[in-house]
Design a protein around this ligand. Structure first.
Ligand code: ATP
Length: 312
């Protein structure tokens, strides 16, 4: 079975600027993929091409096996698009706004009412039905935009920075909505600068820099990955004097003491080979340290992203 999103050797040049410079990746059906990159990395340009709003300079994109350049109308019927900025209309209520889009999508009569009702319930827009759509808060506006993108019940959602500018409560609400959509089996491709949030909700993370992929993997392995020079961090706790961990570390060649901890310390082992960690632990025990905890520390995604950029 084909992937929900398949991108092969994708390029987009603006004059001499290579905004997208040879991207290839696949997003399986029913998964959530986070798209991460610094300002100007090429995220919006890529997403606009996926959403049939721009043409690649070169390369292929398929949504559910359908080519976006040759069959844009078919792709649009499968795809919901939430841009980072979206236009609004004066003097139009939330209900009228959704009704306008539902009509444009070709829904008529009872079916149209049902689609609007379903979307309003899902995105908690019912209390806002009569509010002017251009006078909503940022969080409400994002919910309206998400609702709009769901009117035709698309299989694939492309969400460009949906959490930008939201307060923490609105971010949590949005995250819950995205989680529900993922549980319903939709494929979600989402860009964000808030990496810690993406880590929680994404099955895979795609890091892009200067229009090129610098990493594609799951959040778990990224957070437990090695640092830029291949080392990994362990939290060690012992019975007795915490300083014994630092004293022990200075006598051992491939262990570096990094920081004090209440009952021990954080150390760095110069390889992410588990056999090396096992050797370090057995040496500690042999040398008389009463180890009560020995576990690999997780990095946050921001650190992982910076490490990946450093490695480039
Ligand atoms: P941000 O996080 O700031 O939104 P981004 O990763 O989405 O950034 P893009 O908007 O894709 O980045 O821009 C990638 C590069 O392409 C930037 O250097 C941008 O200035 C350039 N660019 C984007 N659209 C155009 C355009 N229509 N004409 C010329 N250059 C463009």
């Amino acid at each position: 079975m084909s992937s929900a999103i398949s991108v092969k050797n994708l390029y987009r040049y603006f004059g001499k600027l290579k905004a997208v410079d040879g991207l290839s990746f696949e997003v399986p059906h029913g998964s959530v993929c986070g798209f991460i990159g610094a300002n100007g990395a090429g995220k919006t340009t890529t997403m606009r091409m996926l959403a049939t709003l721009d043409y690649p300079t070169m390369g292929n994109i398929e949504i559910c096996g359908i080519d976006v350049v040759n069959h844009p109308a078919k792709v649009r019927s499968l795809l919901g698009w939430m841009p980072d900025h979206f236009g609004n209309y004066d003097h139009m209520t939330v209900l009228e706004y959704l009704d306008f889009y539902a009509r444009a999508l070709g829904y008529r009569g009872k079916e149209r009412q049902m689609r609007i009702q379903e979307v309003m319930e899902f995105a908690d827009l019912i209390p806002l039905a009569d509010r002017l759509s251009n006078k909503l808060s940022k969080g409400m506006t994002q919910r309206l935009c998400l609702g709009r993108s769901l009117l035709h019940d698309p299989q694939v959602l492309i969400l460009d920075e949906p959490a930008a500018g939201l307060d923490p409560k609105a971010r949590v609400e949005l995250k819950q909505l995205i989680r529900i959509l993922a549980e319903e089996g939709k494929t979600i491709f989402i860009s964000s600068h808030i990496l810690s949030e993406l880590g929680e909700m994404c099955d895979s993370l795609l890091f892009i820099n200067d229009g090129r992929i610098v990493h594609h993997g799951d959040a778990e392995s990224l957070m437990s990955g090695s640092d830029a020079t291949g080392g990994v961090f362990y939290d060690v706790q012992i019975l007795g004097e915490a300083s014994k961990v630092s004293d022990w570390s200075v006598t051992n060649p491939y262990v570096e003491f990094i920081a004090d901890r209440k009952r021990g310390g954080k150390i760095r082992i110069d390889s992410d080979d588990p056999a090396k960690a096992a050797e370090v632990l057995s040496r500690m025990l042999k040398d008389g340290l009463a180890v009560t905890e020995f576990h690999r520390e997780k990095r946050n995604l921001e650190d992982a992203f910076i490490d990946i950029l450093d490695q480039q």
